[in-house]
Write a protein that binds this ligand. Sequence first.
Ligand code: ARG
Length: 458
Amino acid sequence: MADKLWKGRFTEKTAKVVERFTASIDVDKRLYRFDIEGSIAHCRMLARTGIISEADGDSLVQGLNQIRREIDAASFQFDEQLEDIHMHIESRLFEIVGKVAQKLHTARSRNDQVALDVRMYLRDALAELIRRLGRLQRLLIELAKTHIDVLVPGYTHLQRAQPVLLAHHFMAYVEMFHRDSERMGECRVRTNVMPLGSAALAGTPFPIDRAYVAELLEFPALSANSLDAVSDRDFIIEFLSAAALCMMHLSRLSEEMILWSTAEFGFIELPDAFATGSSIMPQKKNPDVPELVRGKAGRVFGHLMALLTLMKALPLSYNRDLQEDKVALFDAVDTLGACIDVYIQLLPGIRIHAQRMEQAASTGYINATDLADYLVRQGLPFREAHHCVGQAVRLGLDRGKELHELSLAELQSCSPLVKEDVFDYLATRETVNRRTGPGGTARSAVLAAIQAAAQRLG
Ligand code: ARG
């Protein structure tokens, strides 16, 4: 084993340090299924076009299938000297089928081969991530349905702003994950393009049939330029960008899980199975899982930067720098997948402290905007109403009362337009349920949003 497949023009053996430095087998071995599937399609095409004989094609395919079984069964020997997964498979093929193995690489280069493998890997990974994002959205929709009547403060600047339905809050994340899923779907379209036939960079003089290969491998499109096809990694950058956004959303969700489970908020309790204790403070129940998701977001952002930086000064076409793409790609897929999974497991177990949320949702002058709206309905321009309510808040602060706890006379001292019906108008649930427009937090609007989101998921 381990004779270099490209040794012809060399007189010296490759330095050990170079073998170790250039090897990517530890990273790219996970491409083996795609590499073999791609090679089988290539062989079938070579035989069909008469570039190799049917018999040669058959023995290559048989050998490749055997290698797949060996790697599946973990009986395959990996060796750093063989650089990468493509060389490993070709070299083993030689051991199995003999000299005919040397025909496999006709009209092909590792440059178009690796582009193909990565595209095949990513289109599958994207489909899987989209499935998992669907599950996550369904769980959030379930939570919204279960807690449809729970009120919670809505915040701006992390200060209590206006009451909303907890369900509306959950549905906000459904919208984010829906956009993530859409982005991944769009990225999948541009990933699903077949580069084989570009060979090293200039295409090949053999009468290959690219459309046939694409059909065998279920690619709906062929790459249109051989130079671009071997050096394009836009689809990976697009994925990393979509992954970074999705991690950012998961990180925001995590931040809220962490805040909401503090004694200060006391809105939720994380399931015991998803929290950890302290080695010194016996009372502690720490939100390590959301914290780690928040932390891992930085890692995925880093991969996006790494790949943009890797690409920015590369001349056409293939350069070995490109080998580094897989480190970033695989880790981003793994990290994002793991974070979505952990939330799929965690979310159904969170305990909602509805009373605590509702108490917070009806204090802190959270209905001040509604009082202003009330005055506007009585004919006051909004700015003036805003000023009157500011005075009412001031009065409440001085007397230790919420707005709805002030007497009618006290409220009227701020504006004579206030009538007895103001107290009904200021009731928390009333303020929420008035916001009936599409995208609003009224029960009716949230139920409509839930229905629309469920329908979108199919
Ligand atoms: N391991 C290489 C990569 O991942 C495969 C392509 C090698 N091509 C080359 N010209 N050395 O990019």
